[in-house]
Design a protein around this ligand. Structure first.
Ligand SMILES: [Zn+2]
Length: 321
């Protein structure tokens, strides 16, 4: 699914070629998209991303909003009269600058017209005004995992599975950690990791691990910088442990179990270490449970007994069966 860097890439590329042009015709090739919008003769002012959607702003203050969803992408041809219709094209926009097709094998992409009044308040966008305080406020005391939180478009715009995995790896946070349990420092780590990762992915024109292509049909290049996503069993570049894949909310989550330890694991090992100070060495290791030393006077007593002095200090060695 195209995420923020892929959609931003397409918006910037489309803005370059179509801003200032006039729309001549809109052809709907798949009735599921609804009727063709009445935009013939309108000028294109600009193209900008909003979350994961593409907004083509017209000179009458309306916006054609295209959401690529799962498998949608846009394809540009400079020749407005081109007779080439790419496979799976569902929508063609002919302008004075060229021909734009929206291809979508799985037919989930959507098109709708929006006027200025219908634009609603937006969640934080990772490329604008994005910081730990704002994130923590949005998260509140929700009991959802931090990965689900990052991917939920009601809370943050534009992040999907690929970049959520990469951001959490960079921040060193277990993807299953609940947002309510995250510390201020962890929120700062997330905010600090997010924008640079997304900006670099934009500079690489997105990530192509399967079918993503930019406006001109070229694959992205960020896949060569992925640290964990789609890298199961390869070595984590930070600690050289094996990257693991688990299912989380129906999606594959890639992470390094060694440098993305959850609070639960950290707490458990801390408790064990602290408790371990009072546990005899043999019991800490979980060995020799059959032959153990008990207090002669009180078999329920579990006092620490020094083996070297057993037999002289009131302890005796027995064998439990
Ligand atoms: Zn690691």
């Amino acid at each position: 699914m195209p995420e923020l860097p892929e959609v931003e890439t397409v918006c910037r590329q489309l803005n370059e070629v179509i801003a200032g042009a006039q729309i001549k015709e809109v052809r709907i090739l798949d009735a599921k998209l609804g009727p063709a919008p009445e935009v013939e003769g309108r000028g294109v002012v600009s193209v900008a991303r909003c979350g994961k959607s593409i907004g083509i702003k017209l000179d009458d203050n309306r916006t054609m909003r295209i959401h690529l969803r799962m498998t949608g992408r846009l394809f540009w041809q400079d020749d407005a009269e081109s007779a080439y219709t790419p496979d799976y094209s569902r929508l063609t926009i002919i302008s004075t600058a060229g021909r734009l097709d929206c291809l979508d094998p799985r037919r989930f992409a959507t098109l709708r017209m929006e006027d200025e009044a219908s634009v609603s308040a937006l969640p934080p966008d990772p490329l604008e005004d994005f910081n730990a305080t704002r994130l923590r406020k949005v998260a509140g005391s929700r009991k959802i995992s931090v990965k689900s939180f990052l991917m939920d478009q009601r809370f943050i715009s534009g992040i999907g599975n690929i970049y959520a995995c990469e951001i959490l790896h960079d921040a060193g946070i277990d993807p299953s950690e609940k947002v309510a349990d995250l510390s201020s420092a962890q929120w700062r780590q997330i905010a600090k990791a997010t924008t640079p990762i997304l900006r670099k992915a934009i500079a690489c024109r997105g990530t192509t691990v399967s079918d993503w292509r930019d406006l001109f049909g070229r694959p992205g290049e960020y896949q060569q910088f992925l640290k964990v996503y789609a890298r199961e069993d390869s070595l984590c570049p930070r600690c050289h442990s094996k990257v693991k894949r688990v299912k989380q909310g129906g999606r594959g989550t890639y992470y390094c179990p060694s440098c993305q330890k959850g609070l639960k694991n950290i707490k458990r090992s801390k408790i064990n270490n602290e408790a371990g100070k009072n546990i005899p060495h043999r019991r800490q290791k979980g060995i020799n449970r059959a032959a153990t030393t008990i207090c002669r006077h009180d078999p329920g007593c579990r006092k620490n007994i020094d083996w070297s002095k057993a037999g002289t200090s009131g302890g005796e060695r027995i064998t439990r069966r």
